[in-house]
Design a protein around this ligand. Sequence first.
Ligand code: 5GP
Length: 189
Amino acid sequence: MSDGTLLVFSGPAGAGKDSVLIEYLKKKVPGVWKSVSYTTRAPRDGEVDGVDYKFVSVDEFEKLIEQNFFLEYARYGVNYYGTPKSYVDEHLKNGDIVILKIEVQGAEQIKQIYPHSIGAFIVPPSLEILEKRLRERGTETDEDILRRLNIAQDELAYSPNYDYHIINDRLEDAVDDLTAVIRALQLKK
Ligand code: 5GP
């Protein structure tokens, strides 16, 4: 049992989830936290261990799975990603809102465990714009980009399972929309 709210924030890579969330978190809204996931993916330029992700080896990740450390985990492309259970439980007990920025398989697992969790799905204005953004990011190889585009198309099919859709056309508008969703959750009786 918990009094807080889990907000599952998903959307295809390149839709702008990270940018929207980074801008939102700059507002430092009291009682709103973002869980830091574990991953076996290599850090991108500028990513900080313990802030963006906890970067671990496949061996370490698999040990943590055995220890039942994760609330949910999934493979995305060739890597593992998982949410630490203790962090989430602690904040939910405090009555906080905890944001999980996770892909759609993880989101399905969360819905089973926390039926009252709320889902927000961020969508790009179009698939063409999504591809352009992925290429402009310049952090991945062509093969990675193609893999991510394929996953993105599959992920878009899950959007009807989410409570809120946020279209990321202009970043400021998308941040305002996320702010409105979270504010509404805070005001909910
Ligand atoms: P990226 O490699 O671009 O940072 O993340 C790839 C995908 O994994 C994104 O959709 C991201 O939201 C998702 N992801 C990040 N952390 C987790 C997690 O803990 N669990 C799950 N299921 N997905 C995650």
